[in-house]
Each structure stands twice: as C-alpha cells, then as structure tokens.
Design a protein around this ligand. Structure first.
Ligand code: NAG
Ligand code: NAG
Ligand code: NAG
Ligand code: NAG
Ligand code: NAG
Length: 469
C-alpha cells in the first residue's frame, strides 16, 4: 500500500519563511488515482514474490517452512485519505487474503521428515499513518507515525511425510504463526517508508536550465494537508551563476482548488521575473546587430547612406560607412500577470556606431526604446502555446554625437521591425511547446488561465506504471 503513496509523490515531480512562487495542489481525485495505480502495482508484485523461510519449534520439533510462494492474493482496494491531523496520509487495507504454498521440513533428533504445505491467511488488516514534512534542504520528507496490523485467521494443510501425525496439532501452531505473520508486517511497512524517504532526499531541488541559469525549487514550508487536498509551496526562483537575489519578492497568491482535476498548479510572476532578472544581471539581454544580419530582401541597410531619410546628417558627416547597433535592456524586463493577459514592459536602449574601414567604431547616437506587450498563453492539444502583441513603443533620443534629429520616422521604422519580429515569434509561439513530462508521468486534460499575479493550471496526469518495474 505504500507504493500508492510513492505514486502520488511521483505525480509531483520539486527556507526561509518566504512566499512560495510555485504551488502544487494534489486533490482527492489525484490521490485516488495514485492509490489505484499503487494498488495494482502491489497486487502484481505480490503474485511474484517468494517469502523468506520461516522456522520455529513446536512440541520440541524443529520445523522449517521453505520456498513459500503466493499462489493467490485477494487484494481489496485500499483506502488512502489525506490526514490533516498528522500532516500526512492514512492508508488502510482491510480483508486482504493470501494463499501460499511451500515445503516443510522437521527435525526431531535424528529423524528428518518433509513434505509440502498449503496455507491461507484471511482477514489481514493494515493501517499506516505517515507524516509529510520538509528537511532543511527543502526536500519533501515522509515518516511513519503509526502502523497497525491484524491477522484474522490462518489455515494450514500439511501433506506428505508424517504430516498425519502432527496435522492435529495445527490448532496450537496456528496461533503462533498468526502472531509471527502479524509481527512481520509493520516492520516491513516502516522499512518501505524509510526507503521512500531516502528516495525523496535524493531528489534534486534545483533544475539546471542552461550553463548559467538554475531554477531553484525547494519546499518553502511543510506541506499543508486539508481533508480534500495537499498543498506544496515551492520557492520557484531562477538564479544565474552569481546567485544574486532579485530586488523584488514573491507575493502571496492562492491557487483555486479544482476538485475535478488531479492537480492544480500556480506559477507566480515572480518566477518569470527572477529568470528575467538573472538573464539581465548576467548581461545576456543584449545583442549586436550588423548589416549582415539584416535579410537581403530588406531595402533599408545598416549603413550611413541608407540611414539618410531617418538621420539626415549621417550621410553628410560619415559617407559610405557601415553601421552597427548595440541593442540591450536598460532595466530588468518585467512581466505582470493580469486576468487573461500577460503584460511585458521592456525598457531598452540602442547605441548606433559607424564603422571605419579599418574597424574603428565611431559612436553616433543613443536611443531609448520603451515597449509594452500584451501576451496570451493557453494549452491546446497537449502543447503550451502563446501569442504576443505590441501595445506601445516610444523612441526617444538619449544622446547624440551627430546633433539633434527628429525620431518620428525612425520610430515608425523600428515599430515595423518589431512587428516583423513579432510575426515570426508568433508563428513559433503558435506551434507551442510540448507540456513538460517525465519518464514516469505526463499531464493530460490541462487547462491554463492567467490570474492576478499568477498563472493557474489544472490538469490530470497519466502515469506509466511499466516504468516502475
Ligand atoms: C482529527 O482530529 C479530530 C479531533 O481530534 C477528530 O475528530 C478527527 O476524526 C481526526 N481526523 C482524522 C482524519 O484522524
Ligand atoms: C500570505 O498569506 C497567508 C494567508 O493568506 C498569511 O498567513 C501569510 O502571512 C502571508 N505572507 C506574507 C509574506 O504576506
Ligand atoms: C548602403 O545601403 C545602400 C542601400 O540602401 C546600398 O546601395 C549601398 O551599397 C550600401 N553602402 C555600403 C557602404 O554598404
Ligand atoms: C582608422 O581610420 C581613421 C580614418 O580613416 C583614422 O582617423 C584612425 O586613426 C584609424 N585608426 C586606426 C587604429 O588605424
Ligand atoms: C504609449 O506610451 C506613451 C508614452 O509613455 C503614452 O503617452 C501613451 O499613452 C501610450 N499609449 C498607449 C496606447 O498605452
């Protein structure tokens, strides 16, 4: 029954009292799905295991039961519930029955005897309570709070050898055997909880996105368990190599619980903005544009004569020179999530230079470009898709080595350039990216919406049980 809990934890594949920027809610539907998978897995496993030899002494006769295999297992659906009192789960199974076969051997002085046996265990009840927590590194932890096992009845038929002599004593023998079986159950359950905890401690709490960018996802607090759900809060912060913290914090948000879906998730704008901050402070939001990067079919070239209509003095002051543009973000690009829309504010600057034939660069002017975009995100056919539209673009002359010039026509040119870029981007965003999936699970029936300050997602999951083996 513990594997049911393992399966549930697999569905969720991530310390200082801060607000979590990513929240994952497991609903009762998700828990029941996990339990159902776990139960099937246990049933299948049980039918293939050989139990350890069982030995003891009855009436001075030493006996060994050996090669014990399960021939049939009647495995009722276990009950798994959230347990708010213990910040964990209660798992119980009632009325499990198992049929076993094996060989028996006895030693009575020099007399050795042996044969086969059939055993049935009826009415096995097990209840396990586990508590979930958080270790100092932000891993999810699981500990056993209590375990209780009962064995209803045991029936054994010995065959072969002198079994007819001792079969009558089985009544006495049965009581001891029931006790032995019962005493072995909880230590086994507790062992699997320890092993599960060990696996959880080994899970990564950060994801290396690329060489310089890391998404940090430790738990920010202990899991919150309600009667109908479990909520995990994850830090959800991007770092670059310097590990510098962004100058803003994650805000509180509440993900609406959707009981019709297995999982609900919330992603705060903080996570996206921390990525933006890491890219910005790592100096990655800049690009040098040269004439060779402009497609040949575009008539406006990046040279001083071609720029004449926009900056009239250029062809006169620096005739026939190629130019380049250093484009960079002058502030951290900030995303804000509002109902139905993702807004992006971008403050950028463009430094234009002319290039002498010997390679010397002559600074010409600097422009400030402020842009705002409205974006949409949605999920269709298992892919995360989006679109972006330019809302506003203003261009101002910040600095000039060539004297003042009007920026209106240049602004129109830049706007056309941005629109052309967006058109290409939207083709890609329209194709979308496949929703993240792991080796063990994928999201299905996913619905996504933008709320105030966060993106909410609810989804079912499909777990590939063959990957457990
Ligand atoms: C939790 O504790 C309350 C009060 O002690 C009790 O009424 C309730 O049945 C408990 N719930 C569970 C799931 O154990
Ligand atoms: C976030 O909200 C919860 C409850 O709504 C509150 O207990 C907590 O103090 C808040 N945290 C911050 C940092 O505002
Ligand atoms: C500058 O661009 C114009 C086209 O607008 C082109 O005819 C000319 O050859 C270019 N000059 C240089 C130096 O590349
Ligand atoms: C490059 O050429 C310009 C004018 O043609 C000249 O003023 C400058 O000194 C030269 N620079 C170098 C490093 O040769
Ligand atoms: C565009 O930005 C300018 C300058 O910041 C502002 O005056 C104007 O109202 C904005 N237009 C829109 C549609 O937001």
């Amino acid at each position: 029954m513990l594997p049911a809990v393992i399966v549930v934890l697999m569905l969720i594949s991530f310390t200082r009292g801060e607000n979590p920027a990513i929240q994952v809610i497991l609903t009762r539907k998700g828990l029941q799905y996990g339990k159902h998978l776990g139960a099937g897995w246990v049933q299948e496993k049980l039918e293939h295991i050989t139990l350890t030899d069982f030995s003891g002494e009855v009436l001075g006769i030493h006996y060994i039961l050996t090669g014990i295999t399960i021939t049939k297992c009647d495995f009722p659906e276990p009950i798994v519930e959230f347990n708010p009192n213990n910040t964990g789960f209660t798992t119980s199974i009632a009325g499990l029955s198992v049929a076993l076969t094996g060989g028996w051997m006895t030693h009575f002085g020099l007399i050795h005897d042996g044969g086969t046996f059939k055993m049935a265990i009826f009415g096995l009840d097990v209840t396990s309570v586990v508590e979930l927590g958080k270790d100092p590194d932000g891993h999810l932890s699981v500990t056993s709070v209590s375990c209780d096992a009962q064995v209803g009845d045991v029936d054994i038929r010995f065959e072969g050898g002198a079994s007819w002599i001792f079969q009558p004593f089985v009544e006495h023998f049965k009581g001891r055997m029931r006790g032995e079986i019962r005493s072995k159950i909880c230590p086994n359950v507790e062992e699997s909880i320890v092993s599960l905890d060990y696996h959880l401690q080994a899970m990564e709490v950060s994801i290396q996105v690329d060489e310089d960018l890391v998404l940090n996802i430790p738990l920010t607090g202990v899991p919150v368990i309600h009667a109908s759900s479990m909520i995990l809060g994850l830090k959800g912060e991007f770092y670059d190599r310097t590990h510098e913290r962004p100058p803003f914090e994650a805000q509180n948000f509440t993900v609406p619980e959707q009981p019709d879906y297995m999982l609900s998730m919330g992603l705060s704008e903080f996570t996206v903005n921390s990525a933006s901050y890491a890219l910005y402070s790592g100096g990655r939001l800049q690009v040098l544009i040269t004439d060779s990067m402009i497609p040949p079919y575009i008539h406006v070239r990046l040279n001083t004569s071609s720029m004449g209509p926009y900056v009239p003095q250029l062809p006169k002051m620096f005739p026939g020179l190629l130019m380049n543009l250093k484009v960079y973000a002058s502030e951290v690009p900030m995303f804000s999530f509002q109902p139905g829309v993702v807004k992006l504010e971008l403050a950028g600057a463009v430094k234009a230079s002319a290039i002498e034939p010997n390679g010397t660069q002559i600074p010409l002017f600097k422009l400030n470009v402020d842009l705002t975009f409205d974006g949409k995100v949605w999920v269709a056919a298992g892919r995360l898709k989006g679109s972006m539209a330019l809302q506003n673009l203003t261009l101002t002359l910040a600095d000039s080595e060539v004297g003042h010039f009007e920026t209106d026509t240049l602004e129109s040119l830049v706007k056309m350039g941005v629109m052309a870029g967006l058109a290409k981007l939207n083709v890609e965003l329209g194709k979308g990216v496949v929703l993240p999936r792991t080796r063990n699970a994928q999201l299905v029936n996913t619905v996504l919406g933008v709320e105030e300050g966060f993106i909410a997602m609810c989804s079912d999951a499909e777990v590939f049980t063959d990957s457990f083996n």
